[in-house]
Each structure stands twice: as structure tokens, then as C-alpha cells.
Design a protein around this ligand. Structure first.
Ligand SMILES: Cc1ncc(COP(=O)(O)O)c(C=O)c1O
Length: 406
């Protein structure tokens, strides 16, 4: 049939219909990214899904609606986003949230008082704040281990352990976990296996293929991709988990607004193209930094010097735009660099088309005591760079002039 389509026997509408009827898993990945699982709007033919910016829906009669009653429970634009996210992650179900943290919090609500979680030690600071400062008040306990060695995960399991929480690559040290090895441990001990794959995106990593029960994304980052919104999502193949997470979504109401869902759908459609360019640029910038005399160490999963490079090569098909590097000059050098960049934007976030630079010691991790930071392996001169999709030469030129002063 596809040949007939290409020879023009079928109209554009038929082609769209044909593609839409196929599930994401049958299509080539890039096609799924652009099209998701959706059909053009049956009423108007609109290719971009309509934005249903509504709080509520009129009932046909008492007890009968058209599948929607109130947007906290369900919204067609949000459903469209959820179906698109599930398709590109290779999962059966997705549940969208108002932020990555709302998604993480909803995963926590799968636990009960007394439960224990084994978590990777370089987990995103907001996640550890949620765990240590909030969830601990509800009797959930956490152990943090360097999951780059999977045996550390198994060693930390207790009788009351219910979940393993892995972020890979991590924020900000870009640690890599062998997802298959940890997946086997989680399965053996019957634990829920959650993977925060925000840095990798489904373009480069598919945690469900390595046994993850739930994949978490901050859609604020690469998935929406343009610094335009805050959002999150969880994806799963388990109907039971989906039902529970849907119930949590509806009960708590940390849902993304329809407009943010719509913007995320538009962002998703170019994810593969953006990720390719983020990666290409990051390779060039990492190679440049690696040679720079003022840089003590560059961490990038694509560099052979990364301690988990071999695992990264095995489980990932690319390494995105995240680089971290340590400056020889420590805190002062870090501050000077931050204040000297021009094209690179001094900002907290990451994963957008613009290059953004962060100094964790004074920004994202300012709350973390210095000794803890040093013990975790990052010093005062650590810089996190989210390489954008501008011309790599301009990014390097900006770093060059800023490093001269640092
Ligand atoms: C790896 C990771 N997970 C989760 C989050 C939280 O996402 P959000 O800011 O959308 O709540 C972030 C935010 O930076 C992150 O970097």
C-alpha cells in the first residue's frame, strides 16, 4: 500500500488516514515523532490538533456526556499530547502533568507510609528536595547510592523497599546507570522501577525496553524544547499503573493547561531534528572544552573518558546537549565565566533551542551544603552547559571569550 501512496494513487487525506490508523510501534520512529498516533481533525481536516481551551463540557442529558465532563479529569488536547508521548516513548499509556515535579510527586503517591526507595545519588535537586523534605514527612524513606555500579542498588534494598528511582544521565554530573542491570535487580526483588529520562529523551534512550515500569519526563526541557512552558509526563506499559496514575492526576489536579499541552505537541514534532543538532553541537563543544587549559575536567557521555561511556554507547543512540565541566579556578572562575558569557544564557533551565549555562554551586545547588557537594563529586567550579541548536562556532566563540577572563 505504501508504494501506491508514493506513486500518488492515494490522496494526502488517505495517506494521513493510513498513517494515523497504524500504531506508533509500526511506524518508523521519526514518523511517529511528527505524527504521533493522531488523525487530522475529522470535522475540519486541521492537521494540527485543535486547542480545546475549556474547563468544562455540556452534558447531552443527565448521566450522559461525550466522553468529557471537566478538564481536570480529561481534556481532548491533553489526551492528544498523552497519546503522542506514549507513542514516541514506545509505551501504551502516558499521563501528563503540570510539571516534571508534579509527575515525580504522582509517582510518590503510588507508595505508602513505611515504604523505602533506593535512588541514584546524583538525582535532580528538586527531586531530592521532594523526597527528603516532603515525602519523608509521610513516612517514606530513601537511600541514595551511586547507581553507576548496579550492585550498590541491590545492596541498598531492604524488606520494605518498594521502588528504585534512577535518573540517567543525571543532572548535573551526567552519571549513567546501566538500565538493564538495574532493571533485572528491580524485577528480581519485585520493585517498581522508575526512570527519569529527561536528559536523554526517547530519541536517544527508551527505558521501557530495559524493564522500566514508569518513564518520567520534565517536558519543560527537550520535549517541548523552546523554553515556552513547564510540564511533565509519565509513560508506562502497565494498565494497572496507568489507572492509578490517572486517578492521582484527577484527584490532585496537577494537570497542564490545554494551551501548554498544545504547545508541547508542536514542540514534539521536531524533537528528532533538534536532538540531532543538540548532540552534534555538544560533541564539538565538549571536544573544544576538553582541550582548554582552564578546564580541569569535561563530563560528557559521548567522550571516551566518561567512566560509563561503554554503557552509554550500548543503551543510548546519542547523548543530547548536556555537558558539565569543572574549572581549574573554582568558585571565582565559575562566577566570572557566568558573568562573561553573552550568547550562552545564564539560566536555571536546560533542553531548549537556546544555549544555557548554569553554575550549580551558586544556582541550582546553592541549598546543598558545600561538603555534600564536594562529597558527591562536584566542586565550586562546576559548570553545566545545555548546548542549544545555534551554530556551534558561535557557542564556542562565546565560551572562548568568557574563559579568557575566568
Ligand atoms: C532531570 C530532571 N527531572 C525533573 C525535573 C523537574 O522538572 P520541572 O522543572 O518541569 O518540574 C528537572 C528539572 O530541571 C530535571 O532536570
Amino acid at each position: 500500500m505504501i508504494d501506491e501512496i508514493w506513486t500518488g494513487i492515494f490522496s494526502e487525506t488517505l495517506l494521513l488516514d493510513y498513517l494515523a490508523r497504524r500504531t506508533g510501534s509500526c511506524m518508523e520512529f521519526d514518523t511517529t515523532i511528527v505524527r504521533g498516533r493522531s488523525k487530522p481533525d475529522p470535522t475540519t481536516g486541521a492537521i494540527i490538533p485543535p486547542l480545546y481551551q475549556t474547563a468544562t463540557y455540556v452534558l447531552e442529558e443527565v448521566g450522559r456526556d461525550k466522553g468529557f465532563d471537566y478538564t481536570r479529569s480529561s481534556n481532548p488536547t491533553r489526551q492528544e499530547l498523552e497519546s503522542h508521548l506514549a507513542a514516541i516513548e514506545g509505551g501504551s499509556y502516558a499521563v501528563a502533568f503540570a510539571s516534571g515535579m508534579a509527575g515525580a510527586d504522582s509517582c510518590m503517591k503510588l507508595l505508602e507510609q513505611g515504604d523505602h526507595v533506593v535512588c541514584c545519588d546524583d538525582v535532580y535537586g528538586g527531586t531530592s528536595r521532594l523526597f527528603n523534605k516532603l515525602m519523608s514527612n509521610y513516612g517514606v524513606h530513601f537511600s541514595y547510592v551511586d547507581s553507576q555500579d548496579a550492585t550498590n542498588v541491590e545492596a541498598a534494598i531492604r524488606p520494605e523497599t518498594k521502588m528504585v528511582w534512577i535518573e540517567t544521565p543525571t543532572n548535573p554530573l551526567l552519571k549513567i546507570t546501566d538500565l538493564d542491570a538495574v532493571g533485572k535487580i528491580a524485577k528480581k526483588h519485585d520493585l517498581l522501577y522508575v526512570v527519569d529520562s529527561t536528559f536523554a529523551t526517547p530519541v536517544f534512550l527508551k527505558p521501557l525496553e530495559y524493564g522500566a515500569d514508569i518513564v518520567l519526563h520534565s517536558t519543560t526541557k527537550y520535549l517541548s524544547g523552546h523554553n515556552q512552558l513547564i510540564g511533565g509526563a509519565v509513560i508506562t506499559n502497565s494498565e494497572g499503573l496507568f489507572e492509578k496514575l490517572k486517578f492521582i492526576q484527577k484527584s490532585v489536579g496537577a494537570v497542564p493547561g490545554p494551551f501548554d499541552c498544545w504547545l508541547t505537541i508542536l514542540g514534539l514534532k521536531t524533537l528528532h531534528l533538534r536532538m540531532q543538532r543538540h548532540w552534534e553541537n555538544a560533541e564539538k563543544v565538549a571536544a573544544y572544552l576538553d582541550e582548554h587549559p582552564k578546564v580541569a575536567k569535561v563530563t560528557y557521555p559521548g567522550l571516551a573518558s566518561h567512566p560509563m561511556h561503554e554503557i552509554a554507547v550500548e543503551q543510548m543512540s546519542g547523548y543530547s546537549g548536556m555537558i558539565s565541566f569543572e574549572l581549574n579556578g573554582g568558585l571565582e572562575a565559575g562566577k566570572t565565566l557566568m558573568n562573561s558569557v553573552d550568547l550562552c544564557l545564564l539560566a536555571e533551565s536546560l533542553g531548549s533551542v537556546e544555549t544555557m549555562i548554569t553554575h550549580p554551586a551558586t544556582m541550582t545547588h546553592a541549598e546543598v551544603p558545600r561538603e555534600d557537594r564536594l562529597a558527591r563529586g562536584f566542586g565550586d567550579g562546576l559548570v553545566r552547559l545545555s548546548v542549544g541548536v545555534e551554530d556551534a562556532n558561535d557557542i564556542i566563540a562565546d565560551l572562548e571569550q568568557a574563559l579568557e577572563r575566568a
